[in-house]
Design a protein around this ligand. Sequence first.
Ligand code: SDX
Length: 429
Amino acid sequence: MSDTTAHLKANSQDIEFPILKGTYGNPVIDITTLGKQGFYTIDPGFLATASCESKITFIDGGKGILLYRGYPIEQLAEDACFLEICYLLLHGELPNTQQYEKFTNTICQHMPIPKEIHCVLNAFKKDAHPMAMLMSLISALAGYYHGKMDINNPDDRLEAAYHLIAKIPTLAAMCYKHSCGEEIVLPQPELGYAENFMHMLQSTPHRNNNIKPVLAKAFDRIFTLHADHEQNASTSTVRLAGSTGTDPFASIVAGVAALWGPAHGGANEAALNMMREIGDESHINEYVDKAKDKNDPFRLMGFGHRVYKNYDPRAKVMRATCHEVLDEQGCHDDPLFKIALKLEKIALEDQYFIDKKLYPNVDFYSGITLNALGIPPNMFTVLFALARTVGWIAHWHEMLGSKDFRIGRPRQLYTGSAKRDFVKMADRK
Ligand code: SDX
């Protein structure tokens, strides 16, 4: 019988805390009363700290397991489409036929972008990073919809979710078109979600792009693989911002900002650029040695993970998808893919990576796949944000609906100056 109470002995006190158990994963010690006992805990990077209770996604880093609402990612990536995943993450169950039809119609109805938004990108040079553009477009939506929804009303929260899921592909495509100096292509609601994104990306106002089903399925699967990942840095940012009661679109802007970092969602762009820099299989060992060198800040992009200390289950699916796309595009001998396969083999056999449990993560193959799909590297994280928007807004919705929801406000260990009196400028040395 596992313990239900934890004991802390400190300052001649024996403090008891309840141990809470979830469906899976480590039990948690509930320390909410610790402050009153005169202590805080400290856990930089939150390596061992649960920020909340959630029913959305579970990851077992040791076993390489990822579940969306209990369903294994491998099964969902194989048999479900992204809009089914959106419904599942938001509502907790896979939709039946009627529910799915109603949901897709709702998303279609929410696709149009307010015309005022179209001129936002004129403020950006063409070569500005599309992630900066995306943040401004979503901020403009906050300006447009703020005050029109009551975030304490679950139906209004879902309305915000529908707007975001429906509009984010168009916003992403707008960033791409602006960076290419091309005219925006508006969504065609009769197309599927991934097909519509490809249409807005690759068509022009005068010529519709020929959408290859294998490639559309690849985009849809990439969106599914990136849809949610429990309390990662960007999702935790959305939760913290949202906990102040701010506008939902503003909370998502905060998530996009956090995702942009190369240690997080920016890793796919960094991984592809790294493979381009390696350039040839003969240079791989030089980069692996750099990654192992404690004095060199270089890290092998696309490897390692805070939670996965085994293979990232998404990376396996992504590798298979990469093969399919390269075959479809007739570039199965893509030198970058060959470098990736060789790099993966070398790293997985290297004692440093074995000891530190560093495996390829979802970003390792996504960059090569997106490159083969014709996506420029600076758009990779925009596509990650497109997919992760549903995860962010599902967590935001869950948080605001929870009974013990309160504003996030961590404490600190203060190691600064002791109290001292002000000294006038003339009297300072
Ligand atoms: C994503 O959190 C999520 O769920 C994120 C994500 C999601 O879907 O939301 O999964 C998406 O962000 C995937 C991760 C993408 N990032 C990268 O691929 C960048 C390269 N990876 C590293 O930066 C790193 O692995 C992190 C940031 C991903 C994880 O950092 P941690 O958990 O803080 O790991 P760490 O820095 O404590 O590393 C442990 C050890 C260190 O060595 P020691 O100090 O023990 O000697 O492993 C080393 C690190 O130096 N290490 C690496 C390495 N990653 C970790 N060494 C070389 N190359 C690497 N990639």
